[in-house]
Design a protein around this ligand. Structure first.
Ligand SMILES: Cc1ncc(COP(=O)(O)O)c(C=O)c1O
Length: 408
């Protein structure tokens, strides 16, 4: 019933399904870390859990028991799950800086929001590299808490995405090369200028801020666990991966909550930038070189985050690559309200998990490999809405407003 796109699927040779969530993983993401993130994020104006939408029509057509879709298209009005990470890490950094300056270790997020230490915050500059959404999140957090912000973008980031970052008062600098090159430039510039870098990835040299970013993402998975109907855990989660922070946070949360009963976890990447696919296959991080460009810009990364590696090397069960056209088709399918389900606005990177699930569902060998069948309960993470409205309209043929109107 949907176009068959080519894909690649491998099992992760390092997966340790029966293993407990161990101390190495707790070092990266923990229940305490989530509780802290929740306290900070839930205090921001406008916080509300995003909807978990049932897609019974797609479930039936795909031959599974249920499909639930976590719709991040309206998170804090930023149209993606990303504010949970970047802005959370900005808040944590500022609290640490205020504690160091004042010697008062009782600083809370409310002190930040109330502007109690606004003079200290105004003297701090945060910086990050981004392919769009992370930079928007850091810039939004910087504006909310009153610090300065400089964001590095790479050549391929669209003007609309650049404008969306600048709207929050950040200075935006365009850097030659890829996302991974921009990460290095942000890090070097921060060192030179005395700024604080908030990366969403880690090569092992900086861990505190990327851990705060990833820990914030875990709130999205925690919301899903609370929202899921019934007592049975999902059987499959398809997680799109760029550097792997979102997938690691989600895998970690389900692992801690459901233990050995956790769902089969499948990582999904564009075929042009499959660093997780290649790294899991090689059992060690492998950097992808060359042209990484993909329609799925948020997933267009050539190097895995070492923090995410600690979780996903043992925690992911499989990895997949998909072509751009599979994502474009999935966007159109959701916009059309396929199979009688409600129409949904979803962006290029946001639909990668859905696109991969649809590809597997229509392929007998892949279904068997992943034990996907009529009893399967699938959860997908719609990690962005129309973050680039022009690109969305070009792909879907209608504006996000027109699609949203049909939801009513
Ligand atoms: C919409 C969207 N989904 C998923 C991801 C992947 O997240 P990560 O890079 O943490 O793997 C990104 C990253 O920018 C994104 O923007």
């Amino acid at each position: 019933m949907w176009a068959r796109h080519p894909f690649e699927l491998i099992s992760n040779p390092s997966a340790t399904r029966a293993a407990a969530y161990g101390p190495e993983q707790v070092e990266v993401l923990s229940a305490e870390g989530l509780a802290r993130a929740k306290e900070i994020i839930c205090a921001w104006p406008g916080y509300a859990p995003t909807p978990l939408v049932a897609l019974p029509g797609i479930a039936q057509a795909a031959g599974v028991a249920s499909v639930h879709y976590k719709d991040e298209s309206e998170r804090f009005g930023l149209k993606s799950f990303k504010p949970l990470g970047g802005a959370h890490a900005v808040a944590r950094l500022l609290i640490r800086q205020i504690v160091a300056t004042t010697g008062n270790d009782g600083i809370t997020v409310h002190d930040l929001i109330d502007g109690k230490y606004k003079d200290i915050c105004a003297g701090i500059t945060v910086t990050a590299a981004t392919d769009g959404n992370h930079g928007r999140s850091v810039a939004w957090g910087a504006r909310m808490f009153g610090c300065r912000c400089v964001i590095f973008i790479n050549e391929a980031v669209s003007q609309q995405r650049e404008d969306a970052i600048a709207k929050f008062g950040a200075t935006v600098r365009r850097n030659p090369g890829s996302y991974d090159d921009a990460v290095r430039t942000a890090q070097q510039t921060a060192q030179r200028e005395g700024w604080h870098v908030i990366p969403d990835t880690s090569d092992g040299s900086i861990v505190e801020a990327p851990r705060d970013v990833t820990q914030g993402y875990a709130l999205m998975a925690a919301e899903v666990i609370e929202q899921l109907p019934g007592d049975s855990p999902p059987t499959h989660i398809f997680l799109q991966a760029g550097v792997g922070g979102m997938a690691a946070a989600t895998c970690a949360e389900f692992w801690q909550h459901f233990g050995v009963d956790r769902p089969t976890t499948i990582l999904v990447e564009p075929e042009t930038s499959a660093c997780w696919f290649e790294s899991l296959k090689a059992k060690e991080p492998v950097a992808i070189k060359g042209n990484l460009d993909s329609l799925m810009g948020g997933l267009s990364c050539g190097e895995v985050s070492r923090l995410a590696w600690t979780i996903l090397k043992p925690g992911a069960d499989a990895a997949m690559t998909i072509p751009d056209e599979a994502a474009a088709d999935a966007m159109r399918l959701l916009a059309a309200g396929a199979c009688g389900d409600a129409p949904l606005v979803a962006g290029e990177s946001g639909v990668a998990g859905l696109a991969a699930f649809l590809a597997v569902s229509a392929n007998d060998a892949a279904r068997q490999k992943l034990a996907l069948n009529l009893s399967s309960r699938v959860v997908l993470f719609g990690t962005e809405g129309a973050t680039d409205p022009q690109a969305y309209a070009d792909i879907v043929g209608r504006s996000e407003e027109e699609v949203a109107d049909e939801q009513k």
